[in-house]
Design a protein around this ligand. Sequence first.
Ligand code: URA
Ligand code: ZN
Length: 363
Amino acid sequence: MPVIDVHTHIYPPTYVDLLRSRTTVPYVRTFPDVPDSSRLIILPGEDDPSALSTSRGRPIGPEYFDIAQKIAFMDAHKIDVSVISLANPWLDFLPANEAGDTARKINDDVDGLCARYPGRLYAFGTLPLSAPVETVVKEIERLAGLKHIRGVIMGTSGLGNGLDDPALDPIYAALEKHEQLIFLHPHYGLPSSVYGPRANEYGHVLPLALGFPLETTIAVTRMLLSQVWDRFTKLNVLLAHSGGTLPFLAGRIESCINHDGHLKKAGNTEGRRDIWDILKTNIYLDAVIYSNVGLKAAIDASGADRLLFGTDHPFFPPLEEHVGEWHSVSANYSAISSAFKGNEEPAKDVLGNNAIRILKLHP
Ligand code: URA
Ligand code: ZN
């Protein structure tokens, strides 16, 4: 039975060089007098001067950019195939005139990394979303011809105005036409003010545990409200972190739509497909939720045939040194076995068979 990880990141060496050349977020900073001191500083506000300089961001070692370490991690965790993706913040921050070339270079690099391990690696490509829409569409067309690419990873900002922006329609149309799935992943979180004046005392817990999933939930709900899936009925989106909080909140979202006089008067609900239909037709969910409680909501919302195992490697490494098995990985394995106790077949589907079918893999 194959185990396939659809949520696993890499910063290819070209991207790390780009981050090393920068001094504003996102960037990689090394303290010359401290060995192994490279820090990855990517999240909004993460280089706030009130944080201690060496505690900013997170340590970045070869597990973030060396593909051999990805394979070693896969071997250590019995993962047969990984569908790798550039990690956040992708190319969102690039000037318009650089984005197209950089996307081509990084996508070719990632496709080349996959070619080094036949049958073990596939990838989601990256789009130059700060470039003109025609450049983005061209890259989608080019990606469709790259051997290992099975879709694109995207944040929630779209062209700068979110995923309910009608200017994205040519991009959605191209993705739908070329059957390229969107792997929707958070990065921006929520405004830091919601975390309160003591937020600095709590590390990354509030933005990662709550900001990320709520960002995803809001982005998808905006897509739903702007009727993206009524215009693009075959557009498929894989949601990170089991959909943020979407499975849990879907009923409330649907009820709020049905009780909104403004929306009704504006005619924005006429003939719309409801959230449950979209969850079972256009949305796939990863199984990166670390508990069978959240996983069961994901299974109920989208179905065990639309759920895909993931790890989020290389993020969430063990805090202790020399630990063989990562707790962040075993928690996702345990959630699957506990949610499907006594029912092996759907567990196998989530661990690998769904990915083979949905992403057309040939491990
Ligand atoms: N932190 C990030 O910045 N990205 C991830 O994918 C996971 C944790
Ligand atoms: Zn991730």
